[in-house]
Design a protein around this ligand. Structure first.
Ligand SMILES: O=P(O)(O)OC[C@H]1O[C@H](O)[C@H](O)[C@@H](O)[C@@H]1O
Length: 654
């Protein structure tokens, strides 16, 4: 049985015919999408043949036994497929070719470009030819990429280890669309929250919602970390110099408090006065230790200036979270809580209230709505899998990522926006990609025997050129993405200068990819008359891949387009690699260990307890040195402490 629940707007539905037999999704009593073919728990981590034997159908799907596997395939590891092996063999041929030769073939160059809604992608400087791309698209088909994309769009629980749908694209869907998942129209819920954001942000901007002393709230501090910070901060920086957003933000200030280092509090608050400040606590779980401590610290800061009352919290603190109960317990007015859902991953949450609230208060809702429209535009390209994948920008970029890491062996990847306003974009994409694809097992729990998950980093051009580009040119090769814009947010021409300031910037955007691709030969150095002894130091081998993205101008719309492009690139890579790009269990271990250390610090500092032998010698000695605050102390002695008879609390003595 197959049924489809999505309709309206720009959502394209999978049709019954379009879903292959092995990946049929059935609509069960719970109205939850689960695959009809699934596996017993015992089949996790078994061989391909075992898996085939242990296939069961019907009632064992979903949370009742093993997690639902979103898309069933007929191999254990993608590296076992003929398509993968074909690419491995082909990569040996490509490794013998230099980009200098590849770039000579004008027809090849012209065939390696794609365009969608103003975004021009040139990937001719990748170490690929038309055959490579053909083989990569074959691999995409073999891994059922289009079915996986459809499963994501339809709200199937593709985040199998957490039993969740992955629906961040619903956050920017047209309000006329409908998407029923688990019995709920998620798009209606999304727009209810967006309307709430619009209303609240207008009330703050118009001075209707004021502080407890009656002053308008012209400052906002958004308290959050990871996905509850990096996305909004990147968009804030991108909007800051957009002429319309700039006008709308006049007289207003937006700050982000993310680090639990108390210095971050100092940096955020030192020029602000509490009576004009609104605190937004942003935390999906509302349990993140750093965010909650910072939220309590900000509450103390408000109370220290405005008096200790619930009213102060109600006027000056609001929250974006999916844990409404905990928010209320904190003392924040439920009417000022902006909800989002478990199907929004933290690193994919910037289009939810997480980004909507701070950015709409700062720049007005209209700019944020344009940002959503830009993201929606690229979503439509990504989801339009009934068209050839050759025109699907996120798919092309994702396949190139797979090629560079898994076949050519490039472990890192760099992102260089030639736009200062995108200075925080690389950091955001670093979390999106590294937290998503930093995995070591497939969805079924089998160890991967191929490289997955790049090390992502980047800086805006031209700053990066004067920092780490030396290594990119002569040291370890790192595939680069260059992002440039035709029109500057701030056109500036200095009289007497040969080019405008933006042309100077873009001259580098055009030059760097060729410098990386072509390099410089010893012969070219000789023609320049360089001395022979110096030549080895001057030669750059070239053959270093990159791609170039050229967009009309950086504004809220194109910011949204870039966000979606990179979010989906990550998903495509995860789909092809057959890993779960939507959980992050690795982060948990550090949190658990920090809990134990926190308890020890409390017991040692305030009650003089010795550091427990449960910690290893290294950690014990480091903590001891830290707690005693002195060099050369005797290790693991009880601490001296003094009891305050008034409070009954003990304090460690230096
Ligand atoms: O929004 P929160 O629940 O406070 O989570 C903040 C961050 O916590 C962890 O570090 C997760 O790995 C991130 O994905 C998440 O964005």
């Amino acid at each position: 049985m197959c049924a489809f629940l999505v309709s309206g707007g720009n959502w394209r539905l999978p049709t019954a015919d379009s879903v292959p037999k092995q990946v049929e999704y059935c609509l069960r009593g719970s109205r939850r999408w689960v695959p009809r073919v699934c596996y017993k728990r015992s089949s996790l981590r078994s061989s391909a043949s075992d898996l085939r034997q242990e296939r069961v159908s019907g009632t064992h799907c979903g949370s009742e036994s093993a997690p639902a596997l979103p898309v069933s395939v007929d191999y254990r590891l993608v590296s076992e497929t003929a398509e993968w092996k074909g690419l491995e063999a082909h990569s040996e041929e490509i490794k013998r070719l230099h980009l200098r030769e590849l770039m000579r073939d004008a027809e090849r160059v012209r065939s390696l470009r794609a365009e969608f809604d103003g975004i021009y992608l040139d990937y001719s400087r990748q170490r690929v030819n038309r055959q490579t791309m053909q083989l990569l698209f074959d691999l995409a088909r073999r891994t059922r990429l289009t079915d996986k994309i459809r499963a994501m769009q339809s709200g199937a629980h593709i985040n199998a280890t957490e039993g969740r749908a992955v629906l961040h694209t619903a956050l920017r869907a047209d309000r006329r669309a409908t998407l029923v998942v688990d019995g709920v129209d998620v798009i209606r819920e999304v727009w209810e929250v967006l309307d709430h954001v619009r209303d609240f942000s207008e009330r703050v901007r118009n001075g209707i919602h004021r502080g407890v002393t009656g002053k308008p709230l012209r400052n906002v501090i958004a308290v959050g970390i990871g996905g509850s910070y990096l996305g909004p901060d990147f968009v804030h920086e991108a909007f800051r110099t957009d002429p319309d957003a700039f006008e709308a933000a006049k007289g207003r200030h937006l700050h982000f408090l993310s680090n639990v280092d108390p210095v971050d509090i100092k940096r955020c608050t030192q020029d602000l006065s509490a009576d004009e400040t609104l605190i937004i606590v942003v935390s999906k779980s509302f349990t993140t230790a750093e965010t909650l401590l910072n939220a309590r610290a900000m509450r103390e800061w408000l109370w220290s200036q405005l008096g200790r009352s619930e009213d102060v919290v109600r006027h000056h603190m609001v929250a974006c979270s999916s844990n409404v109960k905990m928010v209320e317990k904190f003392g924040i007015d439920p009417r000022n809580t902006f909800e989002f859902w478990d199907w929004v991953g933290g690193r994919y949450s910037v289009c939810s209230a997480v980004g909507a609230l701070p950015l709409s208060i700062q720049y007005g809702f209209a700019s944020f709505a344009r940002f959503l429209e830009g993201a929606r535009s690229v979503d439509s390209n990504f989801y339009d899998v009934s068209r050839p994948l050759e025109g699907n920008l996120p798919v092309i970029m994702g396949l190139l990522g797979v090629w560079n890491l898994s076949f050519l062996g490039y472990k890192s990847r760099a992102l260089h926006p030639y736009a200062e306003a995108l200075l925080k974009f690389p950091a955001h994409i670093q979390q999106v990609d590294m937290e998503s694809n930093g995995k070591h097992v497939t969805l079924r729990g089998d160890d991967v025997d191929y490289a997955v998950g790049e090390i992502d980093f980047g800086e805006p051009g031209t700053n990066g050129q004067h920092s780490f580009f030396q290594l990119l040119h002569m040291g370890q090769p790192v595939p680069c993405d260059f992002i440039g814009f035709i029109e500057s947010q701030y056109p500036l021409c200095i009289e007497g200068e040969p080019v405008s300031n933006a042309d100077e910037l873009m001259a580098n955007f055009f030059a760097q990819p060729d410098a990386l691709a072509y390099g410089k030969t010893a012969e070219e150095c000789r023609v320049e008359g360089r001395p022979e002894w110096l030549i080895p130091h001057l030669v750059t081998t070239g053959n270093r891949p990159s791609l170039s993205l050229l967009l009309p101008r950086l504004d809220p719309y194109t910011t949204g387009q870039l966000l979606a492009l990179y979010e989906h690139r990550t998903a495509v890579q995860g789909f092809v690699w057959d890993i779960n790009s939507f959980d992050q269990w690795g982060v948990e271990l550090g949190k658990v260990l920090a809990k134990r250390v926190r308890k020890q610090l409390n017991e040692s500092r305030y009650y003089g307890h010795r550091i427990s032998e449960e910690f290893n010698v290294s950690t014990r000695d480091l903590m001891e040195r830290y707690l005693r605050g002195q060099v050369g102390c005797a290790f693991n002695q009880p601490f001296d402490y003094q009891r305050d008879t008034g409070t009954g609390r003990s304090t460690l003595q230096p």
